[in-house]
Design a protein around this ligand. Structure first.
Ligand code: TPP
Length: 645
């Protein structure tokens, strides 16, 4: 006989189909819901990886938001949107869909308008929430509707130039906007800079703690259900003296409320309710604990900001297979330390990504030669330009996708003045679990049209070190792109080689087809050539292109003169990329050779379980490429026979 008392207790979370169910819960049930959500977040991210730390910190805040506001009529704009998992669970995206978080067919790791009507604005890059929310609030005012618009920004987002530009425009655009400043003191690493120090002082300040206490007492004195507007005006009168004139946000015209304990439902509810009645823009400073509920994440906020699959008991990462080749980022970081030790004019710059870029090696070894400027990619690049004018050799390590932010500085401040800055673009290619906001698929297109730029990609980690060494001697802007994750395991030479600029490397001769490949596609090309030879008896050569700009024109034209089919292979969009550069050279030389371009199509690539899964979905698996090249070869042979007849 089954003992009914031993049956599993149904979870509140399983009854949440949307925000209305969150509102229907009694206040006393909220702690249970919060703890069920935390357990779900941990179970799913331990298996799939993901942004566990930020999400564990906003559980109560997100529940409170959904109890006070009503999405999708009211609109939440989450900055970066990496902390949107709780919002997903409360807006009908739980169950199997959430359990496949960041996997093919499952929930995305960020918020996206295409995924749910509750996601009012997609994101993945930092600092955009306030501008977007301001646009929505202004549109609401223009259209005469009355929904609430709430921007939810982290403390690091406030170090971002765009957020400050938006702040500067709030009062000239709208009278009603709610901004939540979710302050957990951490960016990915510890937050940096003057604004972070200011926020810290604000949350520690006895005046503010007293204010918070007094405001709480003040509100307690009102009976429930009191008309909030009247309360607000009385409160404003009576608490006027508590506000310090120096409060930054007051200067921007936002009423500062806080700090509020971001894990206290009552305090959150009271403050959010209050904000709904304000007829001026308000900023609610909410203090949260990153990683709350998972000891390992509380103890190591940086590691658990965005974790690979882990053991929830120990926090140990599950991916670190013994003897695996090192990651590109670590090879880069360690090489830079070696070079910077020998040359104290070499410095490294990151925009809030010391560990992701591998610059944490430099920070540990040579802290004076390391700069974390916060989420400020434009500033990072112009700052590097300034350093370069004084004989310093800056190395800007910025993910390919985030360098998109720096495009004008690259052209206007670096290339136009031909300043010797080295750019190291990690995550060039796919970031499969993160998806379209994080794939680095556009950099060749946007860089190769920039005068004075040298643009290159190594085929393995040893060549990355050679390219870094070469770039540091170059005396002009240099861009090195390389993929996320492990290298090939090749031995790294003791002494790096100085690479001849604009020279490709022939790895295998061939007379029927020549594969011009870039970066990690060189490995694929070598395998493809071997297979075409073994199965089709074709003579297929392979070139490691190395440089996209300047391209090895001489070698290319010599191949075009005697080899019937050239194939370009790149981990990048075909539009404007490496293959396009090849076509331009051939067209300028009036060279009528057949060219097949292999690369990513002209569309945004979704998130997926792995690089292989996404490549197969877009016709780029090794088998797909094999068939495509072979078909092209066969068609070409038929055309040539017909032409001869
Ligand atoms: C333009 C840009 N640069 C860098 C990043 C990488 N990044 C993602 S989240 C994050 C830190 C965000 O910190 P914060 O805003 O305080 O939110 P928290 O994670 O602490 O909740 C960074 C640097 C990014 N997403 N976008």
């Amino acid at each position: 006989m089954n003992d009914p008392s031993s049956a599993p207790v149904p979870r509140l979370l399983d009854g949440i189909r949307g925000p209305a169910d969150v509102k229907a819960l009694a206040p006393g049930q909220l702690p249970q819901l919060a703890s069920e959500i935390r357990a779900e977040l941990i179970a799913v991210t331990a298996k799939n990886g993901g942004h566990i730390g930020p999400n564990l910190g906003v559980v109560e805040l997100t529940i409170a938001l959904h109890r006070v506001f009503s999405t999708p009529t009211d609109q939440f704009v989450f900055d970066v949107a990496h902390q949107g998992y709780v919002h997903k669970l409360l807006t009908g995206r739980g169950g199997e869909f959430f359990r496949k978080l960041r996997q093919t067919g499952g929930a995305g790791g960020f918020l996206a308008r295409a995924e749910s009507p509750h996601d009012s604005f997609g994101a993945g890059h930092a600092g955009t929430a306030l501008s977007a929310a301001l646009g929505m609030a202004t549109a609401r005012d223009l259209r005469g509707t009355d929904e609430h618009v709430v921007a939810i920004c982290g403390d690091a987002a406030f170090t971002c130039g765009i957020t400050l530009e938006a702040l500067n425009n709030v009062v000239s655009s709208t009278k009603r906007l709610i901004v939540i400043l979710n302050d957990n003191e951490w960016s990915i690493a510890k937050n940096v800079g003057a604004i972070s120090r200011y926020l810290n002082r604000l949350s520690m300040s006895p005046t503010y703690n007293k204010l918070n206490h007094d405001v709480e007492e003040f509100f307690k004195s009102f009976p429930a259900g009191v008309e909030m507007n009247r309360v607000y005006h009385k409160w404003k009168r009576e608490t006027k003296d508590f506000f310090m004139e120096s409060v930054l946000f007051e200067k921007f015209g936002l009423r500062y409320l806080g700090p509020v304990d971001g894990h206290n439902f009552e305090a959150l509810n009271r403050t959010l309710e209050f904000a709904t009645h304000c007829d001026i823009p308000v900023l609610i400073h909410v203090l949260t604990k990153k990683g709350k509920g998972l000891e390992a994440a509380v103890n190591s906020p940086e590691k658990f900001h965005g974790a690979s699959p882990y053991d929830p008991q120990t926090g140990a990462s599950k991916q670190a297979a013994a003897g695996a080749p090192p990651n590109y980022q670590d090879v880069f970081g360690q090489a830079l330390v070696r070079f910077a030790q020998a040359d104290p004019t070499i410095v490294g710059i990151t925009g809030a990504m010391p560990s992701g870029t591998g610059l944490s090696h430099l920070a540990a070894a040579l802290p004076k030669q390391f700069f974390d400027v916060g989420i400020a990619e434009e500033h990072a690049v112009i700052f590097a330009g300034g350093l370069a004018t004084k004989g310093i050799k800056p190395v800007c390590a910025i993910y390919s996708t985030f360098l998109q932010r720096s495009y004008d500085p690259i052209i206007h401040d670096i290339a136009l003045q031909n300043l010797p800055v080295t750019f190291c673009l990690d995550r060039a290619g796919l970031s499969p679990n993160d998806g379209p906001t994080h794939h680095g698929l556009f950099d060749l297109t946007y860089l190769r049209c920039v005068p004075n730029a040298t643009v290159m990609q190594p085929r393995h980690e040893d060549e990355l070190v050679d390219m870094l060494h070469t770039s540091l001697q170059l005396g002009s802007p240099a861009f090195i792109r390389y993929p996320r994750g492990a290298g090939t395991g090749v031995k790294i030479k003791d002494q790096p080689a100085l690479l001849p600029i604009g020279h490709a490397e022939v790895l295998r001769e061939g007379s029927n087809i020549m594969l011009w490949a870039l970066g990690p596609m060189v490995q694929d090309a070598l395998k493809l050539a071997a297979r075409l030879e073994a199965e089709e008896h074709l003579s297929v050569g392979v070139v490691n292109a190395r440089f996209v700009k300047p391209l090895d024109r001489t070698l290319l034209l010599s191949h075009a003169a005697c080899i019937p089919l050239l194939v370009t292979m790149e981990d990048h969009v075909v539009a404007g990329g490496f293959g396009s550069a090849v076509l331009e050279v051939l067209q300028e030389a009036d060279c009528p050779v057949a060219v097949e371009r292999i690369g990513w199509p002209d569309k945004f690539i979704e998130h997926g379980s792995s690089v292989d899964v996404l490549r197969a979905a877009h016709g780029l698996s090794p088998d797909n490429i094999y068939r495509r090249v072979l078909d092209r070869w066969r068609n070409l042979s038929t055309e040539r026979v017909e032409a001869d007849v």
